[in-house]
Design a protein around this ligand. Structure first.
Ligand SMILES: C[S@@+](CC[C@H](N)C(=O)[O-])C[C@H]1O[C@@H](n2cnc3c(N)ncnc32)[C@H](O)[C@@H]1O
Length: 390
């Protein structure tokens, strides 16, 4: 089977974690971008990547690189690809795009040209035109076109991989699963001692930590991926990959995962999400103020994602909360490594602890930091944190 370049997209800030994941799965890292990492593999490899990657959004399998100056040239080049080998004539195709070409004022025009080229080609070869539209639940093609250079990909994920299928109950400001997985990976928790997640909200960080420690494949719950709508998809191999992942996954944990929130509805939602994810029995949930979260002896990590609000009234209240977070970490979490994820550096200063590391992330377009604190005896003066090593 032919190997092809594969581009794996992810949120900004996440490529260092995605690279680690790829290396652990024995895939080469061939390029690194602001919000993507390049590797290579067969179409079947793309199935495995979709099942196993925790920090990826989309696995894009390259079909054709091209050079086109304008939309007519684009149409001709895309229509020359043998789409009838990939997309069923009675199927449905969605074209997504990332376009920066001087001849195109509206990216939607390039997307439309690309879609026309695909369906016209299939009609010519198979006598029938597949349906098309914005639904990413079936065959998805991605067009990348910057200046003269472009690439046409099969999007083997379809819906982004952050949609694992366990978060049924939406709450305010939930963290995306891919970001929560990167945060949990950044803590380097080894499954011993405790993983404590006060202010757990819908439980995403605790659930991702449980799945990582169990080595449970993040894609195991999903029943639909883009690759399933590509002609010749090897269903037997997909079943084999899933079976293999199930067998490799551990059933129990050595350490403890504790997740609490002051809002009973949030804890109820977190519990239900954990049940759907199959990890409810591994997480000890509780309703309490973060400062009353049980902190067992033996050390581990404490991870908090407080709100970082925007309105003035909110900020004043949050200043007090961040100050209390600092007190909690200093007084109750000695011997642990503390982490605070926030999008507001001013509020972070109220913690009054010196961060040892600062991991840059983006959450809904806002630049955020995951700050790491060594929680020794006593307090320390605030100093500028070092950036995270690549
Ligand atoms: C930004 S949300 C956390 C989102 C979470 N990471 C997720 O993925 O859903 C902040 C959470 O802090 C909780 N919270 C606010 N004040 C609290 C307090 N004093 N003690 C405990 N939890 C608190 C809120 O109920 C909310 O669920």
């Amino acid at each position: 089977m032919r190997k092809s370049p594969i581009l794996i997209t992810c949120p900004k800030g996440i490529p260092p974690f995605l690279k680690q994941e790829l290396t652990a799965l024995n895939f080469p890292v061939l390029s690194e971008h602001v919000a993507a990492v390049g590797t290579e593999g067969t179409f079947d490899d793309a199935l495995r990547l979709n099942l196993r990657l925790r920090t990826a959004h989309r696995v894009l399998f390259e079909l054709q690189e091209f050079s086109a100056k304008n939309a007519d040239e684009l149409y001709g080049l895309v229509a020359a690809i043998n789409w009838e080998a990939y997309i069923p004539e009675d199927g449905y195709v969605c074209v997504t795009s990332s376009v920066e070409n001087p001849s195109i004022r509206d990216a939607r025009f390039a997307t439309l040209k690309c879609k026309d080229a695909i369906v016209d080609r299939i009609k010519e070869k198979q006598g029938r035109r597949p349906d098309s539209g914005p639904d990413r639940g079936r065959s998805v093609v991605h067009l990348y076109w910057k200046d003269d250079r472009g690439v046409v990909y099969l999007d083997t994920s379809g819906e982004p991989l952050s949609r694992r299928g366990y978060r049924k109950i939406p709450l305010e400001a939930p963290m995306q699963e891919t970001l929560a997985a990167a945060v949990a990976l950044a803590t380097r928790w080894d499954g011993r001692g405790a993983f404590i997640n006060p202010m757990c909200g819908s439980g995403t960080i605790a659930i991702e930590a449980a799945m990582i420690t169990l080595d449970r494949a993040p894609g195991i719950l999903r029943t639909n991926f883009g690759f399933m709508h590509v002609k010749g998809f090897n269903e037997a191999l997909w079943r084999e990959f899933r079976e293999e992942a199930r067998k490799e996954s551990r059933k129990s944990l050595e350490g403890r995962i504790i997740a609490t929130d002051i809002d009973p509805e949030a804890v109820e939602a977190a519990r239900k999400n954990a049940t759907t994810a199959g990890v409810e029995h591994l997480i000890e949930f509780g309703v309490c103020d973060f400062s009353d979260t049980p902190v067992p002896d033996g050390g581990g990590v404490v991870v908090m994602n407080p709100a970082y609000g925007e309105r003035m009234g909110e900020i004043a209240k949050l200043e007090e909360t961040y100050k209390r977070i600092g007190d909690f970490l200093k007084q109750k979490c000695k011997g642990y490594t503390g982490y605070v994820f926030t999008g507001n550096p001013g509020l972070a200063k109220k913690i009054s602890l010196k961060p040892k590391l600062s991991f840059p992330f983006f959450n809904s377009g806002i630049e955020c930091r995951l700050l790491e604190y060594d929680l020794y005896e006593g307090t320390r003066k605030i100093k500028k944190p070092k950036s995270q090593p690549a």
